[in-house]
Design a protein around this ligand. Structure first.
Ligand SMILES: [Fe+2]
Ligand SMILES: [Fe+2]
Length: 180
């Protein structure tokens, strides 16, 4: 039984958005007149808030991490506080980015968007290669069954399938804009 495969798949979409975001940042940095691209950073914020955070991070924080805190799962060290701290720092960068977009503050926007991209790249690496491995090894079948049931509930509540489709579509649109 597996409880991290779906989360790893979600990481792949987040990684795609990070790469695209970095393309946007480079273009904006090189041409300050690209107000159109700067404003589009708001679409990235939409994805980050509603997919990466409310959907993906919520599943980690409210389900997977909660079960990993049960006695006997993590025997050597507990990386969960670091992971939660990463999520919080990410939220801070995104709040700042949003303020920067509203104020047309390019310097602040670029700084916070890049900080978020760097943080999430490292964070995803740590989860894929360390935390999720610990989860698969440490959780027993009973816990994994419960986790998958709770995932299903969230998927239904947030209409995960539609959410996924919506943000794959948004990705294509954002990709087209940058190619112009
Ligand atoms: Fe995470
Ligand atoms: Fe994650």
């Amino acid at each position: 039984m597996n409880v991290t495969k779906k989360l790893m798949d979600e990481h792949q979409l987040i990684i795609k958005y990070i790469s695209l975001l970095e393309l946007y940042l480079t273009k904006i940095k090189n041409d300050r007149k690209r107000e159109d691209l700067f404003v589009k950073l708001g679409d990235f914020v939409d994805f980050i808030k509603n997919y990466a955070d409310k959907y993906h991070h919520a599943k980690e924080e409210n389900i997977l991490f909660k079960f990993m805190e049960e006695p006997g799962v993590l025997t050597h060290c507990n990386p969960l506080p670091v992971m939660l701290n990463d999520h919080e720092n990410g939220r801070h960068f995104i709040r700042e980015l949003l303020v920067a977009i509203v104020n047309h503050d390019y310097a602040k926007g670029l700084l916070n968007a890049q900080a978020w991209a760097n943080l999430l790249t490292e964070h995803i690496y740590k989860e894929d290669n360390v935390l999720y491995v610990m989860a698969e090894q440490g959780l027993n079948d009973e816990q994994k069954t419960k986790i998958n049931l709770e995932y299903d509930q969230i998927e239904k509540q947030l209409n995960g399938e539609n959410l996924e489709k919506k943000y794959i579509m948004l990705y294509s649109l954002l990709e087209e804009v940058i190619k112009k």
